[in-house]
Write a protein that binds this ligand. Structure first.
Ligand code: HEM
Length: 438
């Protein structure tokens, strides 16, 4: 931790408000009422001050789409090195555990600055090319259908997260990486840890437990890459190792402009295994949370499953599985007329921007026929634009097409008050979701 380019770097002190920035002393995205329903609160905050300092979060909060896009499109002014970092300083016991010399993943994608980010993205982009996605569609539909068969065979009602929304994305991305199926549950547990580590506010006791889990997770990724180095298979990890053999980049020359190092290969595996499924699980749930209570729109989809792609994008706008992201000011600058000194951490509030009435008509209505739903910011923008957006969209579309075809009577079997959301500042999806049919 704390080394240059290390994957996670906990802040070592509590940040101070930029002079002159409007201030909110009490609001935090970890508040229970915000976790339950962020949108009304996000919109009220935007109305009060489009850019403001959250004392509890230690970040400047940016709520308007134009400002968020400006930040994403100017990586020389706003860096992304903090996007995988814990929000608050770690307790000494957890920091000590993570100081072990072999906990050394390096920043590779979302949190790596240029020019190295572009050097590495050349290789990861290949793993998620349109050609690969197209070739995956039949396989994905078959696996989704098998998992759905199993859910249906076990009978109504079903808990959708464990019976469908977790297994499908995990299966797709873990098999793309090459992880064996027998390890799925263990990796998922580590990912929950990681979500709490980087985006939650774990207690000191939890931090210690999580820190140990992070080390196990990293060691698992390293051992897996070492195994693939000895014996290749048809997966992204094997492709990355071959790319490393062909051009080891910084391993041969620290200033290399091409290639990928072995540690970077290990770190891509560590990064993708989280990014590639957790927000997709939540997206699969959120599509149902939006569609099933709005019976007219669900019936429209049942009658015409080709509306599934639009329904997915409208869900990403209206009830995204990722409702914020972070940046750090690299130089003194301004955002929305507010002075932002170098070093200021910024919290980009997608929950607010995706519901701006200047951009989306009747923004608080969910409407699968909305023509500009895809203009949401849920996959980011610019050089770090989500590498898996095509995969995520395809998984969610296939899931909806199958559900509409096989279970037209599908409905929610719990209500809002039964629903709990994992306390964190960024990812949003119910921890459990009861559905019924027939
Ligand atoms: C609904 C699902 C998903 C959402 C909402 C989402 C959202 C995001 C966002 C907001 C970013 C940051 C963009 C920026 O900084 O400009 C991002 C980056 C990234 N995402 Fe996703 N993502 C999803 C699914 C996936 C999947 C399935 C994968 C991989 C299989 C993936 C891999 C990545 C990677 C590698 C990056 C970093 C790209 C870079 O820095 O070049 N994501 N994603």
């Amino acid at each position: 931790m704390g080394k240059t380019n290390s994957y996670h770097q906990a802040p070592d002190s509590v940040a101070e408000a930029p002079p002159g920035c409007p201030m909110h002393a009490s609001w935090s995205p970890l508040d229970a009422d915000y976790l339950a329903d962020p949108y009304t609160i996000a919109s009220n905050l935007r109305d009060q001050h489009p850019v403001f300092w959250s004392e509890r979060l230690g970040h400047v909060v940016v709520t308007e789409m134009a400002d968020i896009e400006h930040i994403f499109m100017n990586p020389d002014i706003f860096g992304s090195t903090n996007v995988q970092d814990p929000i608050y300083p770690l307790c000494p016991a957890a920091a000590d555990i993570l100081a072990t010399p072999d906990f050394d993943p390096v920043a590779v994608m979302s949190n790596r600055p240029e020019p190295d980010h572009a050097r590495i993205r050349v290789f990861t982009r290949k793993g998620f090319s349109n050609r690969r996605l197209n070739s995956l569609e039949d396989y994905m539909r078959r696996r989704a259908s098998d998992i759905l068969d199993q859910m249906i065979a076990e009978g109504s009602p079903a808990e959708y997260v464990s019976s469908f929304a977790f297994p499908l994305p995990a299966e797709i991305v873990f098999r793309l990486i090459g992880f064996p199926e027998s390890d799925d549950a263990m990796i998922k547990k580590w990912c929950v840890n990681r979500r709490a580590f980087s985006w939650g506010e774990p207690t000191q006791a939890e931090q210690v437990e999580i820190a140990q889990g992070m080390i196990d997770y990293w060691r698992y990724c390293r051992e897996f890459v070492a195994k693939r180095k000895e014996e290749r298979a048809d997966d992204i990890t094997s492709e990355l190792i071959t790319a490393w053999e062909n051009d080891p980049g910084p391993d041969a020359d620290p200033t290399a402009a091409t290639g990928i190092s072995y540690r970077e290969v290990e770190s891509v595996v560590y990064g993708l295994s989280f990014a590639g499924h957790d927000p997709v699980t939540a997206l699969l749930c959120n599509t149902l949370l939006c569609l099933l209570p709005r019976r007219e729109q669900w019936n429209q989809l049942v009658a015409d499953p080709s509306l599934a792609a639009q329904a997915v994008d409208e869900t990403l706008r209206f009830e995204s599985s990722q409702i914020s992201w972070r940046r750090i000011a690299l130089v003194d600058t301004t955002v929305g007329g507010v002075d932002i000194p170098a070093g200021t951490r910024l919290f980009l509030n997608f929950a607010s921007a995706n519901r701006q009435s200047e951009l989306f008509e009747s923004p608080d209505d969910f409407d699968i026929n909305r023509s500009n739903a895809h203009q949401h910011i849920s996959f980011g923008k610019g050089i770090h634009f989500c590498l898996g957006s095509g995969l995520a969209r395809m998984e969610a579309r296939i899931a909806l097409e199958l559900l509409a075809e096989r279970l037209p009577s599908l409905r929610l079997a719990d209500d809002d008050s039964d629903r709990s959301y994992f306390p964190n500042i960024t990812f949003r999806g119910p921890e459990a979701l009861q559905v019924a049919w027939g």
